[in-house]
Design a protein. Structure first.
Length: 675
């Protein structure tokens, strides 16, 4: 610490972190105000002799001017002056709330005046007598020491206030509040941030009161509250530190995650205090929970992928068997004609096989592995076909109502996508219904002109077929509606949803040039309206046998390649029945040999896609080198993802999904040759 004179003031300087910082002002200057010039001169000399900076004025006006310009000064003030009294001077200077340090002098003792001056803030009251000059320096020293001590206390309090503000600001930014429990006095101290986290104003509770603890515990969840109380008690009893995390609701209703901790303070091996903090860890906890949810969603997605792979493998073998069953029954029915024996049984086999094919398609649709094959369809028929499955899916406590419009238009879309859209929406509705309720599926035609779409954002102009799935569930807020179709967004608990269902619906609708309108309010249920473009095409074959099949007009040569012998034989026999010349092979290698040796023209290649050693696409490319004008038709019982790896679905090519009926195959071939 060093003392320097600055404008006739002594300033206390100290070095802090390498910098010279001004601290407390130390008064060393005395202004003598007295109209007795002789006495004034003697007082100044006496003070200067004792090391003080002293000067004098003889009027109240001059005193006011000087003190106004030099406030850090001690005034030695005579009560009686020519222009005003000492009291007038002090009252004038005090008008501006200026702190005035002064000692009052008077020629004669007046107890009443002394009391008044002390009330105005006089540091002392002196009587001018013969001993004044002797004891005055001692009085000045004592008064200045008192002033310096007071100034130091003020500066210290100011510094403490700044530190306190810094601590409050830091704790607020860090969202960490501190507390201290005094074991001996049974009192508690909270920082401002601790009050803020609890939603309590500092003035609401008596300082130090145990009510702080009681109200704090009420903010914790019941189970967590007991843990905190036990940990706090144990810390006081045996000094066990603790750190706990849990849910917390402040008194002003804010729901938080907090971490609270405490540790003992010892004195002579005795616990005298427990010091701790409470931290708002909501952001971190929400992030951790979100990561947990993402991990669970990834696990669910991987499970779905595994299910899809299993379903795909089963579907391939199942579709091949169904192809053989359905085609054999159809051949028997066709060759036998109207007089075919067991005609009713054969029709039952065909119907059961077609139904089994539908079940396979639904299984692949659920596993998101179906091959996308758009066709002209009636949505009512698609929904009716899966209605029994939907009833089992939503449960006994929920009623399913289907209200179809019998004049519904035709849409061009993969039937499996319709199944998946309706199924996902029904599952979503089921999960929103807490007990008993109703899910209603409605279909109808819709038309929107440009003016309507301008006034109703989200709509598109044109002719549409609408599917509405409406429920009596809990509804949703605007915030949830804004994120509804985002992948992995879900309001379900961890492990009860992937957040992919509605995202899948949205993707399929967009893929088919449609749009979705969602209407929902909390506790008012939800309505999903799917609008799909209406087409003028005719509904395509439903899998039933057309017995009036036409024979081939021209004698075309078709090469059939299929590694399943029974399917190869039946397919070849079907095509021969229509008048085509058939070359057949069970392997790609043998097919190449047949093509190389054949002297005529091969008009069409019908090949399975996935075969040992060489896939159908590669085989077609090799054969096209020999027969550039040859057409190609690919078939498979595999799922979309496996077929996609062969590049078959990457281009506009002709494809037929197993199992297929004789008439579907016939129409597909005729379509290819008619181009």
């Amino acid at each position: 610490m060093s003392l320097y004179i600055e404008n006739y003031k002594i300033i206390n300087y100290t070095f802090t972190r390498g910098k010279l910082v001004k601290k407390t002002i130390v008064i060393n200057q005395v202004l003598v105000v007295d109209d007795d010039e002789g006495l004034c001169h003697l007082i100044i000399k006496a003070l200067q002799k004792n090391g003080y900076e002293a000067l004098g004025v003889s009027s109240g006006k001059d005193a006011i001017v000087y003190v106004t310009q030099n406030p850090d000064i001690l005034i030695l003030l005579d009560q009686t002056l020519p222009d005003m009294t000492g009291r007038d001077i002090i009252e004038t200077l005090s008008i501006e709330n200026r702190k005035v340090d002064f000692i009052m002098m008077t020629g004669q003792g007046d107890e009443r005046l002394a009391v008044e001056m002390m009330k105005l803030g006089a540091r002392d009251y002196l009587i001018k007598d013969t001993g004044l000059l002797d004891f005055l320096p001692g009085v000045i020293k004592r008064v200045m020491q008192t002033i310096e001590t007071e100034n130091r206390l003020i500066e210290t309090e100011k510094a403490l206030g700044e530190i306190r503000n810094l601590l409050d600001t830091t704790q607020h930014l860090a969202k960490i509040g501190g507390w201290e429990w005094d074991v001996i006095s049974q009192t508690i101290l909270w920082t401002n941030e601790t009050y803020r986290l609890h939603g309590i104003h500092p003035g609401e509770i008596e300082p130090g009161s145990i009510v702080h603890i009681e109200r704090s515990l009420l903010c914790y969840e019941t189970g967590y509250r007991e843990l905190v109380q036990k940990a706090f008690t144990k810390c006081i009893q045996d000094g066990t530190t603790y750190c706990l995390e849990g849910k917390f609701t402040s008194e002003n209703g804010h729901e938080l995650w907090v971490q609270t901790s405490g540790e003992p303070v010892f004195k002579e091996s005795k616990i005298i205090k427990v010091i701790g903090n409470i931290a708002d860890i909501t952001e971190r906890k929400v992030s951790e929970l979100a990561q947990d949810k993402l991990r669970e969603q990834l696990n669910q997605a991987q499970k779905m992928d595994s299910i899809g792979r299993l379903a795909g493998g089963v579907a391939h073998d199942f579709n091949n068997m169904l192809s053989a069953i359905i085609s054999s029954a159809q051949l028997a029915l066709i060759k036998g004609g109207n007089e075919a024996p067991f005609k009713e049984y054969l029709n039952n086999i065909i119907k059961a096989g077609s139904r089994s094919a539908d079940l396979t398609r639904q299984l692949l649709s659920f596993a998101r592995k179906q091959t996308i094959a758009p066709k002209y369809i009636n949505i009512n028929e698609c929904i009716s076909a899966i209605s029994k499955m939907l009833i089992r899916l939503i449960g006994e406590n929920i009623s399913l109502i289907f209200q179809p419009d019998t004049t519904i238009g035709v849409v061009k879309m993969d039937p499996g996508q319709i199944d998946q859209i309706v199924t996902n929406l029904c599952v979503n509705s089921r999960d929103s219904i807490k007990s008993n309720g109703t899910i209603t599926i409605i279909t109808e035609n819709a038309f929107f002109d440009k003016e309507y779409c301008i006034n109703n954002p989200g709509y598109s102009p044109g002719q549409f077929v609408m599917i509405e799935v409406r429920d009596t569930g809990c509804g949703m807020s605007a915030e949830i509606r804004n994120h509804l179709f985002e992948p992995f967004f879900t309001t379900k608990e961890i492990g009860k949803g992937t957040g992919l269902g509605l995202a899948t619906v949205y993707g399929m609708v967009q893929q088919n040039n449609g749009f979705i309108i969602v209407e929902s309010e909390l506790d008012m249920g939800t309505s999903f309206k799917i609008y799909l473009s209406k087409y003028d095409g005719e509904i395509e074959d439903n899998g039933m046998l057309d017995t009036n099949l036409k024979m081939a007009i021209e004698n075309k040569v078709i090469l059939v390649v299929e590694d399943e012998e029974i399917i190869l034989t039946i397919t070849a026999e079907m095509l021969e029945m229509f008048g085509y010349t058939i070359l057949k092979s069970s392997t790609p290698e043998k097919a190449l040999q047949i093509a190389e040796k054949y002297n005529g023209k091969i008009d069409l290649l019908i090949t399975d896609i996935i075969m040992p050693h060489c896939n159908g696409r590669d085989l077609a490319n090799k054969l096209l080198d020999l027969y550039p004008h040859m057409r190609c038709l690919f078939m498979s019982g595999y799922t979309a993802d496996i077929i996609g790896k062969s590049g078959i679905l990457d281009s506009e090519i002709d494809f037929i999904q197993k199992p297929f009926s004789i008439d579907i195959l016939s129409k597909k071939i005729k379509e290819i040759f008619d181009r």
